[in-house]
Design a protein around this ligand. Structure first.
Ligand code: ADP
Length: 439
């Protein structure tokens, strides 16, 4: 079987967020299980890797015929193709996004027409329109329901040269994500629980009724981790590498971490590595931080995002210099040292389609304290590998921290380290879904 993935970003070429991790690892895992995979991306100018020119593809757009140059590269058994629809397009999500991704998906559909793969797998709204235009069996995956690709109907008509079909409209505007949800043979999201949650008004971002209407073809498949990269036994960022039989080395990592941050060496550390946005719930942590510290823990946070949250945590670190450390940066090395040195890992998300950080934490023997939602609820076993709390509130967070301190940390750590977070079975689930979709 030959599957063409269409997406806005993929490692190792271009990364903004978690989508790039998935597109960098799922096609490789699929290739290993016998699914031939091609990844189709826009040709952004910032892509530094050498690309091979592979000719051109003609596509219809704006009432005329345009040409996109096609570039290629290949790594680890996966072919990458890049479509150059705009020479000035430097990086993902640069405006005008609607015009650029519509042109990209129209060119992608034309390229797919000539290539005739067995199936097209489109990811998020940037790739959504290809589902309607490629005329191949298709799977559409929701990684982030918050962004749906909305534009005014007359603008859509100007950009594509066609009036929008009725089922592309949502509350009077074109909604590219909705268009793909209705047209795809199968729709997935990145955890089973999130697939159920998004059918409710609280999580549906305005599309819950549409999602309820397609529930027969909607399912959830968890993302896998790149378990070679995220491995405490080989992780070069850690002062001490370790496995489940050598947790005393992890304790030495804790001492190094606490000493480097001048925190209280006699208390355990609750760590977090996160974007600081409403989704992630760290405003709730800030509400009750003094009471969390009263439970007898240090708090170590690495994260960037909303200015108000950054200010709040910087202020807390000034106020409690021996108990709170905060770094407002994106820092890969520091992230590894928190996963490998903290005693617990905090993830109080309001919603979480899948979440990678809690899986990394468990793999590093750092039991998560996580909100019982989406992929967190599907990957953390409450009382087994960590703690899940129900309420998205300061009291909820506090109750979670209190509860994990009553459990035996080493038992939780070992149980988490024994779990399989690799792509293996999860890639297999995609393969089975592809087989259903083409049959
Ligand atoms: P999301 O994709 O919603 O941000 P995930 O938990 O799925 O959340 O993935 C987040 C990834 O980004 C993890 O690998 C995490 O370690 C990493 N990350 C987040 N913030 C930072 C940061 N400030 N520095 C380093 N890595 C970070």
């Amino acid at each position: 079987m030959h599957v063409v993935h269409v997406a806005a970003e993929a490692l190792p070429f271009v990364k903004v967020g978690g989508l790039a991790d998935v597109l960098g690892s799922l096609p490789r895992a699929l290739a290993a299980s016998g699914v031939r995979s091609t990844v189709l991306l826009p040709r952004y100018r910032e892509i530094a890797e050498p690309l091979e020119p592979l000719g051109e593809v003609a596509y219809r757009c704006c009432g005329g015929v345009r040409r996109a140059r096609v570039w290629g590269a290949g790594t680890s058994g996966v072919a990458y193709r890049f479509l150059e629809v705009d020479r000035d397009w430097t990086a993902p999500y640069e405006p005008p996004e609607d015009a650029r991704y519509l042109a990209f998906t129209l060119a992608a559909a034309a390229w797919i027409e000539t290539e005739r793969p067995d199936l097209v797998h489109a990811h998020d709204w940037h790739a959504a329109y290809v589902v309607r235009r490629a005329r191949r069996p298709s799977v559409f995956t929701i990684h982030n329901l918050a962004f749906q690709g909305e534009l005014e109907p007359d603008r859509f008509e100007r950009l594509t040269g066609e009036a929008p079909e009725a089922d592309l409209l949502h509350e009077g505007r074109v909604n590219l994500m909705k268009g793909a949800l209705l047209a795809a043979d199968r729709v997935t999201t990145v955890s089973p629980r999130y697939a159920r949650e998004i059918q409710t008004p609280a999580y549906g971002m305005g599309l819950d009724a549409v999602l309820r209407g397609i529930r027969g073809k909607l399912s959830g498949i968890l993302n896998g981790l790149d378990t070679e990269y995220w491995n405490p036994a080989t992780d070069g960022f850690l002062p001490q590498k370790y496995d489940a039989d050598h947790l005393e080395r992890k304790r030495r990592n804790r001492m190094t971490l606490l000493a480097s941050l001048r925190l209280d060496p006699g208390l355990p550390a609750v760590g977090a590595v996160t974007r600081l946005t409403w989704q992630k719930g760290f405003d709730l942590v800030l509400e009750v931080l003094p009471r969390i510290l009263d439970l007898g823990v240090n708090f170590v946070l690495l994260g960037t995002g909303e200015a108000e949250l950054e200010r709040g945590f910087a202020e807390a670190a000034r106020r409690y210099p021996r108990r709170v450390a905060f770094h407002a940066a994106f820092d890969e090395a520091r992230a590894h040292r928190i996963y490998g040195g903290a005693d617990y890992f905090l993830m109080p998300s309001r919603y979480e389609p899948c979440g990678l950080a809690q899986m990394i934490a468990m793999r590093y023997g750092t039991p998560p304290i996580a909100r019982a939602t989406g992929g967190l609820a599907d990957t953390v076993e409450d009382g087994g590998t960590g703690v899940l709390f129900e309420e998205a509130s300061g009291e909820g967070v506090l109750a979670g921290v209190r509860r994990i301190l009553e459990l035996d940390a080493e038992t939780l750590a070992r149980a988490g380290m024994a779990r399989d977070f690799s792509w293996g079975r999860r890639a297999q689930a995609y393969r089975e879904l592809y087989e259903e979709a083409v049959s």
